[in-house]
Design a protein around this ligand. Structure first.
Ligand code: UT7
Length: 312
């Protein structure tokens, strides 16, 4: 995460100066968020991704030149094009390997993992960097208290490597484009101008209701594909948007909250970066261990959702 950290109180004070009223109490009670990190001017998704990738490569004992595939999940690319993955590849010095972005908003990381897994299984790649990187602070309307308190910036990355023993056991991805309007940034670039509103819009209650239903369905479908049951899940690592959504999903899957990795309190909703940030935090804290089964789940704009079951 970028160094600049704003607690709820910091953000509330900043918003109050603009006549927007919110409080630490409201944000904690409704979302579980206590703080978020925002980038400074001039820092982009590829910069956050670079730091995450360096840590992931170091943890894997690999060099950037060993990588033959880079997939970046982001909805906040550095540029319209080329892809953030290409910009990242150059910063890493991994020039020459395949590199592209996946755009599935908050489900981006599970989409990207699934694509990388498929490419590795079919021999199209052997060592992949899969990254979630976002600077959502640039999309926020700081006059809209219903959205601007929810999101933060960050990046997380993993290395996937071809192996005889999986690894990724099963995944399940979905989208339903009829819900485009409930979570979107409707603006676009046209003829040298930004047309439409380039700030994030969300119908929070509609997203909430859809999220709790589809997250249960995706987890169950993924377990069924892998021939596993809820009892086989050692850790649920869901998209970190709202603690109440995580609690509801855990309850539906009959998992106690001590099997759920929760980091939303420390970084808010970082969209495609939230699952790898949570995974990283749990691995580095020694909570999530090799050999354990992890259920990763994402949900977000599109509407998109999906799950990946893996053995670490
Ligand atoms: O990453 C993609 C996934 N995104 C999500 O998962 C987000 C899903 N949605 C949510 O997490 C929740 O719907 C929110 C956190 C966005 C909102 O929580 P809620 O419990 O659904 O609140 P609400 O929208 O029903 O608003 C309740 C009240 C309203 O006031 P009135 O009309 O009852 O007087 C809002 O105006 O809370 C008010 N409110 C706030 N008050 C203080 C809304 N935002 C704020 C705020 N501070 N920041």
């Amino acid at each position: 995460m970028p160094p600049r950290r704003l607690t709820n109180a910091d953000l509330a004070a900043q918003l109050a100066a603009q006549g927007v009223e919110t409080s630490d109490e409201w944000i904690v009670e409704r979302t579980g968020i206590r703080a978020r990190h925002f980038v400074e001017a001039g820092v982009y998704s590829s910069d956050l991704a670079l730091e995450a990738c360096k840590s992931a490569l170091s943890a894997a004992g690999l060099q950037a030149q060993d990588i033959d595939l880079i997939i970046v999940a982001t909805s906040t690319p550095d540029m319209v094009f080329p892809s953030t993955a290409c910009i990242l590849q150059n910063k890493l010095g991994a020039n020459g390997c395949a590199a592209f972005d996946v755009q599935a908003v908050c489900s981006g990381f599970v989409y990207a993992l699934t694509v990388a897994d498929a490419m590795i299984r079919t021999g199209g790649a052997s060592k992949a960097l899969v990254v979630g990187a976002e600077v959502f602070s640039r999309l926020l309307d700081f006059t809209d208290r219903t959205t601007c308190v929810l999101f933060g910036d960050g990046a997380g990355a993993v290395v996937l490597e071809a192996s005889e023993t999986p690894g990724i056991l099963a995944s399940d991805l979905h989208a339903d484009g009829k819900h485009v309007g409930i979570l979107c940034v409707p603006g676009h670039v046209s003829n040298g101008h930004i047309l439409g509103d380039p700030l994030l819009k969300m119908d929070g209650q509609a997203v909430f209701k859809l999220a709790v239903g589809v997250l249960e369905d995706a987890a169950r479908a993924t377990l069924a594909k892998a021939g596993k049951t809820e009892a086989d899940i050692d850790w649920l690592i869901p998209h970190q948007a709202n603690i109440r959504i995580m609690q509801s999903t855990a309850k539906k899957l009959k998992l106690p909250m001590d099997k759920v990795v929760v980091t939303v309190d420390q970084h808010g909703n970082t969209s495609a970066a939230s699952i790898p940030l949570a995974l990283d935090s749990a691995v580095r804290a020694g909570r999530v261990k090799p050999g354990q089964n992890l259920m990763l789940e994402g949900v977000g704009g599109g509407f998109t959702w999906g799950a990946v079951l893996l053995t670490l």
